[in-house]
Ligand binder design. Structure first.
Ligand code: GCW
Length: 675
């Protein structure tokens, strides 16, 4: 086996005929298609029918057949009057023994089919039930950081299945991937790393057009648009120009011609993702231009083809001096992009990381959300667990993402607008918006290294489709689908581990929102001062008195970038949410938290608790031996939980020892802290 089917196993149900009838699964066997002839020719249509037949056959043991004489028990229908793009409704309430999936379009019908199969696979009763699903976000995207040599930047699941040896790979696994992510509603994928170097710069040349086109066509069958990351210096590297100034007429016409060529060869391309002026990548700053100049120049070049430019806001000074306490990396996104609000063209979307730093286990929400009022925006999260255990530790991120999506931004004129309202285009009435995740897949047999990390891939798709979805329900559904055939006790335990995993990871790593404390470069494992004297702007400022960064008006002023009342909330120690206390304030070790504990005691306690939690996950798993049907998955998870438990102890001891040595205050409970 080269790869698992992940949550698409469709294990044959062990229900009696009567149970199937009670749940109304018998109505899946004869179906009629109510779809216009033109739409039937769309690449996605054949796929959705074959998915439906294949899934029902696998689950119920009988292949459904199409009827045209009105005797069907299930209708698969496209009705453009229903909902909006990609929407579907699964309805088993209309008349006895009859069901329907009605979708706005063919892609919506594909999503409806996958969802119906997932409902059956988890043995839900269809009779009398209705599921109406209108996607929250227009764009539901995965960003792969795959390099053309086959490595993956921040990849923890093996090598790339899109590239090897500077070639584009198109094969069975491409299709299996597209199918898997489409089954949870993903509709856009960037296949190459945002750091576009060497061969990847040539993805927009005839060296790769055939393969890129083939890939885009497979993706299209699953309703997915292919996007590429772009090198801003391509006019120089490919075109032999002496500059890539976005206002230079030669550069402008080079891009126009280039895009004409690209879209002639790959007409289905959705557009491009751009990382510019960030961590050494080229960009408009070199020419004294700003990011609106850069993004709009490209946007004009792709506009005739319906293309989009997704422009990242991860722009900061990575040559900082740790002695400088005024420059604050957290401020940089807002400082660079807020003055440009309103200048971006309609087919530009700014892609903003969830927090102002870089995917730490806890960060405040990026202040550009709610700041920008006239700009298309996308949220960028990271399911590749760069800073959350690198898929060796279990860290289920949907509870974190829900908090981010639900954050109230106080967008002017829309007092209740959350991040979800902004990116979905509901609050701003933008042309474009959505959510992207840095992907966590590779060519490992289980796709994601840790079997449990697939819950983040599944969950991200589900949450992107429905930003109000409940993380625990998502986890349960994922566990039931992936570990089909295992005991109820096992499923419950998996859900419990997932739901406790982010809090556990937060407890045994850096405290109260301060972040970092990881080993430089690879970012795995504890190193309290690993980034303290470095150039990356990632400091915790711990000394003998306390720890934390003063980001109030007396400090770097970052807190003031938020809309009121958020700015005041963060400005004052009393109102700052405690989980972010050290992000915003320098706090003495003897400061009393709301629990009545001192800061130092809180640090000790959480680190002991977190390591105990990780040990508990392993114990639980050991007790489940024999209750997980897939023995190989059981063994893989056992190995990872063992690594995590040991690593959590290392984190606990290093952090506790560091602070004990700093302040000399002993643990009230007298537990072992190394001198
Ligand atoms: O800080 C980081 C990661 C880089 C990544 C960058 C980004 C792709 O460590 O590996 O580069 O974020 O988001 O651009």
């Amino acid at each position: 086996m080269e790869y698992t089917e992940a949550w698409l196993k469709y294990r044959r149900l062990s229900l009696s005929r009567q149970q199937c009838e009670e749940k109304q699964y018998d109505s899946l066997i004869s179906y009629a298609v109510r779809v216009d002839q033109g739409l039937k020719e769309s690449p996605c249509f054949a796929v959705l029918i074959s998915e439906f037949e294949r899934g029902v056959k696998a689950l119920l043991g009988e292949r459904p057949h199409e009827v045209t004489d009105g005797s069907e028990t299930l209708a698969l229908a496209v009705d453009p009057a229903f909902g909006s793009k990609d929407a579907y409704c699964i309805d088993f309430t209309q008349k006895d023994g009859f069901g329907a999936i009605t979708a706005h379009d063919v892609n919506g019908l594909l999503y409806g089919v996958f969802r119906l199969l997932q409902l059956v696979a988890t043995e839900q009763t269809l009779a009398g039930q209705k599921w109406t699903c209108i996607p929250s976000n227009p764009l539901r995207m995965l960003n792969h950081w795959d390099n053309m040599d086959g490595t993956i930047e921040r990849g923890y699941s093996g090598r790339s299945f899109f590239f090897a040896d500077d070639q584009v790979l198109v094969g069975e696994r491409t299709r299996a991937y597209a199918r898997m992510v489409a089954s949870v509603g993903i509709n856009a994928v960037v296949i190459n790393n945002v750091n576009v170097r060497s061969a990847a710069t040539y993805l927009i040349t005839d060296r790769y057009f055939d393969k890129v086109k083939a890939l885009s066509e497979i993706f299209a069958e699953y309703g997915i648009s292919l996007y590429l990351s772009l090198n801003f210096a391509a006019p120089m590297e490919l075109g032999g120009l002496t500059l890539s100034d976005p206002l230079d007429p030669g550069v402008i016409s080079w891009w126009k011609e280039k895009m004409a060529e690209v879209y002639a060869a790959v007409p289905k391309l959705g557009g491009f993702l751009v990382k510019a002026d960030s961590e050494g990548r080229p960009g408009p700053f070199t020419y004294g231009r700003d990011h609106a100049d850069g993004a709009n120049m490209l946007a004009r070049a792709v506009e005739p083809y319906g293309g989009r430019i997704i422009w990242r806001c991860f722009v900061y000074n990575c040559q900082q001096d740790w002695r400088d306490t005024k420059t604050d990396r957290a401020r940089s996104g807002y400082d660079n992009f807020m003055p440009l609000d309103g200048r971006f063209l309609d087919n530009v979307i700014l892609q903003i990381k969830n927090g102002p730093m870089d995917f730490q286990v806890r960060e405040p929400v990026h202040p550009l959300f709610g700041g920008l009022t006239k700009t298309n925006q996308m949220l960028e999260v990271q399911i590749a667990q760069e800073y959350t255990g690198q898929q060796k530790h279990v860290c289920y991120l949907m509870p974190m993402f829900r908090q981010i999506l639900d954050f109230k931004t106080y967008l002017p004129g829309h007092e209740d607008a959350t991040v979800a309202d902004i990116i979905s285009t509901r609050a701003l009435k933008n042309a474009n918006g959505g959510i992207a995740a840095v992907a966590n897949t590779g060519n490992d047999v289980n796709w994601t290294g840790h079997d449990f990390a697939a819950a983040n891939l599944f969950g991200f798709g589900r949450l992107a489709f429905d930003t109000a979805a409940d993380p625990e329900s998502i986890a349960r559904e994922w566990a039931q689908l992936t570990f089909a055939g295992s005991t109820k006790e096992a499923i419950d335990a998996i859900v419990d581990i997932l739901m406790r995993s982010w809090p556990a990871y937060e407890k045994y790593t850096s405290p109260l929102g301060i972040g970092w404390m990881v080993n430089p470069n690879h970012h795995y494992g504890p190193n309290v001062e690993g980034y303290e004297f470095d150039r990356w702007g990632t400091y915790h400022r711990a000394n003998w008195r306390g720890i934390g960064v003063d980001r109030t008006t007396k400090g770097t002023g970052y807190a003031a970038q938020y809309r009121e009342p958020n700015a005041s909330m963060y400005e004052h120690v009393e109102t700052c949410p405690e989980e972010l206390l050290l992000f915003f304030h320098f706090i003495p070790y003897d400061y009393r938290l709301k629990t009545g504990k001192t800061l130092i005691q809180h640090i000790y306690d959480t680190h002991f608790e977190g390591a105990d939690d990780a040990a508990g996950f392993l114990e639980t798993w050991k007790k489940l031996e024999g209750q997980i049907e897939d023995k190989e998955a059981y063994a893989r998870v056992l190995e990872r939980l063992t690594i995590q438990a040991a690593s959590a102890i290392e984190w606990r001891d290093r952090i506790n020892t560091y602070f004990y040595r700093r302040c000399g205050v002993p643990d009230e409970k007298g537990r072992k802290i190394y001198e």
